[in-house]
Structures are given as C-alpha cells and as structure tokens.
Design a protein. Structure first.
Length: 86
C-alpha cells in the first residue's frame, strides 16, 4: 500500500519535478491552483489532486486560447502537473 495504508495516498510524486518552470508570471488564479496541487502532492493525496487538475487544465487552455499565456506555458504546465498535453 501507500502512506499509512490509505488507498487515497501515495508515496509517488504527482508532479514531474524534472521540469523546471517559473510560474510567477501566470494569472493569479492559475498560480493558486498550482499551489493547491503542490500541496496535494506534498501530502501524497492523489485523489484530491486528480479532482483539482481538470480546473488547471481548463483554465490554462482558456488563457492560452485568449493569448494571456503562451503555448509553451500551456504545454509546460500540463507536462509538469498533468504529465500530458493535447
């Protein structure tokens, strides 16, 4: 099992720490979601991480489509925090 035999906790990282990315220039609400995801990662709480990640994905895509963030930002965010991008 994982952390204290809790099926909703893991010892594995939920974020790809090999990707270095400075998100300080992003819109405030994206930064808040990223910080929340980082908190879930620290706790190993994959369940709440998986519940919150779609918010980051949808908001980041909206900002990208509206030219508020770059395509690089969008793809890097999804690779680092979601291990994917479309």
């Amino acid at each position: 099992m994982t952390k204290n035999n809790d099926p909703f906790k893991t010892d594995k990282p939920l974020i790809d720490y090999t990707i270095e990315y400075d998100y300080s220039h992003l819109p405030k609400d994206l930064i808040e979601v990223i910080k929340e995801l980082e908190g879930y990662d620290k706790e190993g709480d994959w369940f709440n991480y998986d519940m919150k990640f779609p918010m980051l994905d949808v908001n980041a895509k909206s900002y990208w489509r509206n030219n508020i963030i770059t395509e690089y930002d969008y793809k890097t965010i999804l690779k680092k925090y979601g291990w994917l991008y479309d």
